[in-house]
Design a protein around this ligand. Structure first.
Ligand SMILES: *Cc1c(COP(=O)(O)O)cnc(C)c1O
Length: 386
């Protein structure tokens, strides 16, 4: 017997992934390296499923946050893709990283020194991208440290190669950060020029995330690190407006890749005067018919959507009533006779002409898309559809 599956699935549309890759490609041009950001389980889409399709569609460079994610990309692409780790690597993982020519950000001296030590041990060069602190105040070498870093690398150049120089913006998706991001850009640009003038500029220069590709195209340099756009979402409404105002004629927009589905598990009638579910949050004033769906907050359906969420069944947009439980939610199907146990329930996506968008969760649950997507549990099966 095969192992039983959770009571829901996430479908991933291959054609929409390819569409979005073309969308990003058309924004950045053919000569720029497309770094596909697949941290957070490919923003909830399933890192293995996503990378396999993207790799076959011609994406050669993947960016992860951790070594653990890098390992998954490496396995699914048979070690053929270029992989760049932008965040955490445990010292014990450096050996695997360096032996397999996985590139990684360095942003503090200890990481760099450890990398050089491990590279000597495995007799392979550590392939590093120097991350610069330009104003986000997360990771990155402060600019005055750059000379020291460069000389450390120069001293050990048999064991370390600088493949890139990069920085990350502190919120390019919102105009309220305009001055801060502009300041970051100008610091980064100055440093890149300095490196160029002294003949020390590495092959790759990168700073742009999805929002910057659209709002600050000058930050594209010769590589980008794009996440959210390739999953079919603009990073914010502002960025959508920015894009539409620059491209008023455009027909091509990114398309949602993911559809989240479950099934009706039970149906029952509730008499007027009764409460539905735990506690007293929903009171049936009238005879009420309900469908029970085996999805709750343990599988990513936010409890904030109690009495607020919508789902689709038989092409109709229906209300979640009562509190969302750990493993179940209740849908109001009063007056509908065509709904049966086993019917498909769409939590995000289309059914006939109706759609539940991810942003409807945003408005109601007060969550950014990024968070809703990445909180979709990894144990939900990802099913690739055409
Ligand atoms: C997440 C991340 C990105 C991608 O951001 P999007 O807004 O999803 O395009 C790029 N660079 C770094 C360092 C990141 O952490």
């Amino acid at each position: 017997m095969h192992s039983p599956k959770p009571p829901l699935s996430i479908e991933i549309s291959k054609s929409n992934i390819i569409h979005n890759i073309n969308f990003v490609r058309q924004l950045i041009g053919d000569d720029v390296v497309y770094g596909s950001v697949v941290k957070g389980n490919a923003y909830g889409h399933g890192i293995e499923e996503y990378c396999k399709i993207a790799f076959e569609a011609g994406v050669k460079q993947f960016c992860t946050y951790t070594a653990n994610e890098a390992y998954k990309v490496w396995k699914t692409t048979n070690g053929e893709a270029d992989i760049l780790i932008m965040g955490f690597i445990d010292t014990s993982e450096l050996e695997w990283v360096i032996s397999n020519e996985i590139e990684f950000f360095v942003f503090e001296e200890l990481r760099l020194k450890d990398a050089i030590r491990v590279a000597k041990k495995v007799q392979k060069k550590a392939l590093v991208h120097i991350e610069l602190e330009t104003g986000m105040n997360r990771t990155g070498f402060p600019l005055p440290k750059l000379n020291k870093v460069l000389s450390l690398i120069e001293e050990s150049k048999a064991y370390v190669e600088t493949r890139g120089v990069c920085t990350h913006f502190a919120g390019a998706e919102s105009i309220s950060n305009y001055h801060r991001v502009k300041k970051q850009q100008s610091r980064f640009k100055k440093t890149v020029k300095l490196l160029k003038d002294t003949g020390q500029l590495p092959k790759r220069v990168h700073s742009a995330c999805s929002a910057a590709v659209i709002a600050y195209p000058k930050t594209i340099h010769n590589m980008v690190r794009v996440g959210i756009l390739q999953y079919g979402f603009f990073p914010s409404r502002e960025i959508l407006v920015n894009y539409m105002s620059k491209n008023p004629e455009v027909e091509m927009l990114p398309k949602r890749v993911l559809t989240w589905k479950s099934k009706v598990m039970d149906i029952k009638d509730v008499k007027p005067g009764e409460f539905i579910g735990y506690g007293t949050s929903y009171f049936a004033n009238v005879p009420t018919k309900i469908a029970i769906v085996p999805v709750g907050y343990a599988l990513g359906f936010n409890r904030n959507l109690s009495n607020l969420g919508k789902v689709l069944i038989q092409g109709q947009r229906l209300s979640v009533i009562g509190t969302v439980n750990m493993n179940a939610l209740t849908v109001n199907i009063t007056d509908l006779d065509n709904i049966n146990i086993g019917d498909e329930v769409v939590l995000i996506g289309n059914q006939d002409d109706m759609e539940i968008s991810v942003s409807s969760f945003y408005d109601q649950g007060n969550l950014p898309n990024y968070e809703l997507l990445t909180r979709l549990p990894s144990e939900i099966p990802r099913i690739v559809v055409s």
